[in-house]
Design a protein around this ligand. Sequence first.
Ligand code: ADP
Length: 399
Amino acid sequence: MKILVLNCGSSSVKYQLIDSETEKALAKGSVERIGMSGVSLKQERYDGDKLHYVGEILDHIMAIENVVLVLISKNHGVIADRSEIDAVGHRVVHGGEKFTHSVLITPEVMEALKECIDLAPLHNPHNIKGIQAAMRLLPGVPQVGVFDTAFHQSMPRWAYMYALPYSLYRRYGLRRYGFHGTSHQYVAQIASEMVGRPLQELKVITTHLGNGCSMAAVKDGCSVDTSMGFTPVEGLVMGTRSGDIDPAALLHVMGQEELTLAQANALLNKHSGLWGLSGISSDVREIVEEVENGNDRAKLALEVMTYRIKKYIGAYAAAMGGLDAVVFTAGIGENSPIVRKKVCEEMEFFGIRLDEAKNSVRGKEAVISTDDSTTKVVVVPTNEELVIARDTMRLVGGK
Ligand code: ADP
């Protein structure tokens, strides 16, 4: 089967066409700046062929139509006709409490998705637009929704409830949902295969460090806690997001500087994290470069970020009553030996012993702890698109 995986953002569509037999992407690409000037469609084919088209693409329907046209084009295509697309898998950011697993899209599911808009007003409307566009352009082709939140629906209530008035949970669904679920689920599974033990018997902490960063405590294959909350702001220090802060500190600044809600939101989401602390960059590569140049603010940013991860490892080991493996994934987790080193240093009491030489790995699956480390430390490149393709195939009953 050939499965088109779509990830629709406010002004972008990322895509992959995956062959379910080989589980490899025949083509992957993105459309950026939809509805703005200089829209670009970039694609890379399995054989290295590259396409970069700049033109006018006004909305998500046009974007997906152009993607399909490129996929069937003579020069850059990978299929002869759009009828070769057997199913479409969509990344959906927020599934609320309704969606605990991936689902086949039906009219009832579309209604339920619309009910989740209030929980993720910046993301879900675009995911829904993408589904509607794909249904119009590929009529009769089954569509599947795969949720960032679904994997974390197994959390016990003491992990997901905030100690706010219970009525706010009832009224607004105010609770921890967590995100990056497909990534946490995938890397935990691969890590268990790498350490040669069934996931159902393991206590694993997965650390997804990309532009957004989150951790999960995965016990016996189920997420029992995760660091992102009602929104993706909570938890770890990220590129531009604050992660955990005293909520009253924000109220204080809002009062002092007479910030509007929108300004306060931007403060937490866009001006904080590594960027806010360092004043240099939100990118770990540039932060590390500046640390090497002796910049103290860059050093501080790295210290706060890695200390927070370390603290969560302690918390999650306690939550699970033990720890068998720590997994690093996503842009920073896969590629930054110094971040992994700072997180794992002085953790021998947890059975964590990093092998300095093995820790130099970048972008590849590897066990980076010493042979006598009782807790294994593992690097696993994430592949959220593959999880979406697998779930899609399973739900449409294909091979
Ligand atoms: P997204 O969350 O958008 O999917 P990624 O998982 O691609 O993001 O992660 C992007 C981040 O990964 C960048 O901001 C950068 O900080 C980090 N990164 C990428 N490559 C490296 C590298 N070689 N060394 C350190 N950090 C890296």
